[in-house]
Ligand binder design. Structure first.
Ligand code: SAH
Ligand code: DHB
Ligand code: MG
Length: 225
């Protein structure tokens, strides 16, 4: 009945916007290509979302950024591009292979001196960061295993400060937030995090739905009170 599925149009518009407005540089385009070549899943944020992360880092004046979920470093590079001289980003990645690809991409982008990639389960790395007295982080991007999203939010508060910006990816998950049976592994963690975003007095938050190359999803934006 329809000539195109909505998804085709969403992707066409996203590509147009990316070319017309977003302008990912060659290091970002290389990061996506390298991930694909390495057989990694194409689950990095869309370019317009990556640029939003960069702008939010700049607008918030962040000097210390914490990322949970590195993949090939696409979102890492966007955020590190928003850091001032002397700014630092710590990113947590479980898989050594992903961390290795990300390291090469971050170095290729000329950002190696700003970015530390920590390999291991993020919950362990976050505990280690606290034990080391790292932080406070001004900006936290949560984008790893969705089951732990509420725990990651707790860590964002713990390692943050009043005014810390928190962004959480994948909070709509094709609508599974209304129908957890669609994904019994990930939906409950996403829903728990949304309940915390809306109910925890230490947070002030909103959620934006998105469509495009990554399907139907959304991200939460929160501020630590
Ligand atoms: N932020 C990236 C995409 C991250 S995809 C971008 O937009 O470019 C999610 C990543 O989280 C994957 O690389 C996966 O290996 C990693 N991950 C999954 N579980 C994890 C855990 N428990 N601790 C740390 N990283 C984890
Ligand atoms: C998956 C993870 C992500 O962070 C994402 O943006 C999309 C998909 C996944 O694990 O399938
Ligand atoms: Mg994501």
């Amino acid at each position: 009945m329809f000539e195109h599925q909505p998804t085709d149009r969403w992707i066409a518009v996203e590509n147009f916007l990316s070319d017309a407005v977003v302008h990912p540089d060659s290091s970002l385009r290389h990061a996506v290509a390298s991930a694909l070549a390495a057989g990694m899943p194409p689950i990095e944020v869309a370019p317009n979302a990556g640029k939003l992360l960069k702008l939010l880092v700049q607008l918030s004046g962040a000097r210390r950024v914490l990322e949970i979920g590195t993949l090939a470093g696409f979102s890492t590079i966007w955020m590190a591009q928003g850091l001032p001289d002397g700014g630092r980003l710590v990113t947590c990645e479980y898989l050594p292979k992903h961390a290795e690809v990300a390291r090469a991409n971050v170095d290729d982008a000329g950002l190696g001196h700003k970015v530390e990639i920590r390999v291991g389960a993020a919950l362990d790395t976050l505990q280690a960061l606290q034990d080391e007295g790292a932080g406070p982080f001004d900006f936290v991007f949560i984008d790893a295993d969705k089951e732990n999203n509420a725990y990651y939010l707790e860590w964002a508060i713990r390692l943050g400060r009043s005014g810390t910006t928190v962004v959480m990816d994948n909070v709509v998950w094709e609508g599974a937030v209304l129908d957890p049976g669609m994904d019994e592994v990930n939906a409950p963690g996403i829903i728990s995090a949304l309940e915390m975003l809306g109910g925890d007095p230490r947070l002030d938050a909103t959620v934006i739905q998105t469509v495009g190359s990554k399907g139907w999803d959304g991200f939460a934006l929160a501020r630590v009170r």
